[in-house]
Design a binder for this molecule. Structure first.
Ligand code: S3P
Length: 202
C-alpha cells in the first residue's frame, strides 16, 4: 500500500530572501554604530528597530535609556530639571553609545542639533537623517503629550518651525533619506539600500 503512494513533490529550493542577503552584506561591512537623526515622528525608533532586526545587530534608543536611568519620563525631565539638563544627559548617553559596537541608535530629535553631540556622532558613527514633511511627522506622532517640544502652541506650526531651524544641522549627517509616503518596511529597505551604497565594498 505504502509503495503505491505517490512520492510527494520535492519542495522547490528556497530563493535567498533579497532583504536578508542585502542585510548580511551590510552587517559584514559595518564597523561603527549607525545613528538615526531627524525630527520627532521621522521614524528613528520604528525604522531603526526594524533595520537592526534585519541586520541581526542591536538597537538602542537614547531617549529610552535616559528615561530608564532617570526613572521619570522625558516630559518630566523637561519640567523638573529643564531642557539644558536633558541635553547634558543626552550627550553623555550618546557619547557612550557612539563608541560601542556596530548597532542602530535612535536619537531624540534635538540631539544632533547640539554641536558637541553632533561632532561626536559625525566622528565616530555613521549618521542618517530621516526626513519627512511636518504634516507627515505630525500624523506619525499621534499623541503630542509625550513630546515636551510640542506642548505649547499649534504642533504643526512648531514642527514647521523646527524643520526650518534644524534642517541645516541635520544636513550634516552622512546620509539623507526622504521617508515621506514610505511605510516602516519600505523606509527600512530604503535605509538598507542607502547603507549598501554608502559602505565601501570589501
Ligand atoms: C526632542 C525630541 C524627542 C525627545 C525630546 C526632545 C526634540 O525625541 O528627545 O522630547 O528636541 O526634538 P523624539 O525625536 O524621539 O520624539
Amino acid at each position: 500500500m505504502l509503495a503505491l503512494m505517490k512520492a510527494s513533490p520535492k519542495p522547490a529550493p528556497r530563493k535567498p530572501n533579497s532583504a536578508a542577503k542585502l542585510a548580511g552584506s551590510i552587517a559584514a561591512r559595518l564597523d561603527r554604530p549607525v545613528v538615526l537623526v531627524g525630527l520627532m515622528g521621522s521614524g528613528k525608533s520604528a525604522v531603526g528597530r526594524r533595520a537592526a532586526k534585519q541586520l541581526g545587530i542591536g538597537f538602542k534608543d537614547s531617549d529610552q535609556l535616559i528615561v530608564k536611568a532617570a526613572g521619570i519620563s522625558i516630559a518630566e525631565i523637561f519640567e523638573l530639571a529643564g531642557e539644558v539638563k536633558f541635553r547634558e544627559m543626552e550627550r553623555k548617553t550618546l557619547s557612550k553609545l557612539a563608541l560601542a559596537s556596530p548597532q542602530i541608535i535612535a536619537t531624540g530629535g534635538g540631539a544632533f542639533c547640539q554641536d558637541d553631540t553632533a561632532d561626536l556622532l559625525l566622528q565616530h558613527t555613521l549618521t542618517i537623517w530621516l526626513k519627512a514633511s511636518p504634516a507627515t511627522l505630525l500624523s506619525r506622532i499621534g499623541n503630542t503629550k509625550t513630546r515636551p517640544m510640542l506642548h505649547n502652541g499649534d504642533p504643526l506650526a512648531t514642527l514647521t518651525h523646527l524643520d526650518k531651524q534644524r534642517a541645516r544641522l541635520y544636513k550634516k549627517a552622512h546620509i539623507h533619506l526622504d521617508t515621506d509616503g514610505l511605510s516602516t518596511f519600505t523606509a527600512m529597505m530604503a535605509l538598507l539600500h542607502a547603507l549598501d551604497t554608502h559602505l565601501p565594498r570589501q
